[in-house]
Structures are given as structure tokens and as C-alpha cells.
Design a protein around this ligand. Structure first.
Ligand code: C2G
Length: 129
């Protein structure tokens, strides 16, 4: 089976995430997602509203995701791709070119982000209510 792999925080799950996962899952037979741990979020300068466990449960509930694992470092992608025998690493376009060095072991693709929605914007709008 053709394996697609991706990574992200996926906090406050929204249609931007859904549309990315839907397109990524259409590129292969299985989609595996590395969800940023709470400690890795801190490394990324992010504090998610939902814990890792909650974000994992939400992703696992979607029809597009076949496996969820923890993303704890920037450096683990290469070993993950080898461990899971991923054929494609796919990310949203805000990451364009950032993971090209992995194209020796898999195809690296960047898909257009969904406009007008982000977890940051949702938090901002909610804080103004
Ligand atoms: N995304 C999207 N459209 C949006 C918002 C997000 O396509 N409106 C995509 C992002 O491009 C990313 C994925 O959804 O590919 C997850 O987004 P985040 O949770 O913000 O992930 P990020 O913090 O970018 O984590 O090692 C990689 C990092 O863990 C990526």
C-alpha cells in the first residue's frame, strides 16, 4: 500500500485541517499523522487548547487518518519515513521547500493551504466575544 505521512499540531480541528487530510489521503492508500506533542508544541512556540491525547483522539476519529503517532522533535521525520515506509511526505504550502531534503527517501509534496482559517484566527475571534 502507498503510505502518505504528514505532521502538525491540529489544534481546534477545523475545515482547513480536514481539507488537507482529505487531499493527502487521496494521494495514497494510508495516511499516517505525526501529531505534535505538548512539549514539541512548546518548542514550536505554540500552546494548544487541546492536549495531545485529545488532538490524537479527534484525528483518529476522522475517515482520512489510519494512524496517529507523536511528533516530539524536528529531526524525527527521516526515521519515521523509514519506519513507516512512507512513500509521500505531504504538508500545507506554508511549509513549501522546508522538508525538501527528505526527497532522497520519499516524494515530498506541498498542498495549498485553505484560505481564511487558522487556529490562531479562531482563538483571536473567540477572545473578542
Ligand atoms: N493547514 C492548511 N490550511 C489551514 C491551516 C492549516 O492546509 N487553513 C495545514 C498546515 O499547512 C499543516 C497542517 O494543516 O500542514 C497542520 O497545521 P498546524 O496544526 O498549524 O501544523 P504546524 O504547526 O504547521 O505543524 O513538523 C511539522 C510541524 O509539526 C507542522
Amino acid at each position: 500500500p502507498k503510505i502518505v505521512i504528514t505532521y502538525g499540531t491540529f489544534d481546534l480541528f477545523h475545515v482547513g485541517h480536514v481539507r488537507l487530510l482529505r487531499r493527502l489521503s487521496a494521494l495514497g492508500d494510508k495516511l499516517y499523522v505525526g501529531i505534535s506533542s505538548d512539549s514539541f508544541n512548546a518548542l514550536k512556540g505554540k500552546k494548544s487548547f487541546y492536549s495531545y491525547e485529545e488532538r490524537k483522539e479527534i484525528l483518529e476519529s476522522t475517515q482520512y487518518v489510519d494512524l496517529v503517532f507523536s511528533e516530539d522533535t524536528w529531526e524525527q521525520k527521516r526515521s519515521d519515513i523509514e519506519k513507516y515506509k512512507a512513500d509521500i511526505l505531504g504538508m500545507g504550502s506554508d511549509w513549501t521547500n522546508k522538508f525538501d531534503e527528505l526527497n532522497d527517501i520519499c516524494e515530498v509534496v506541498y498542498l495549498p493551504r485553505t484560505e481564511e482559517i487558522s487556529t490562531t484566527d479562531i482563538k483571536k475571534m473567540l477572545s473578542k466575544i
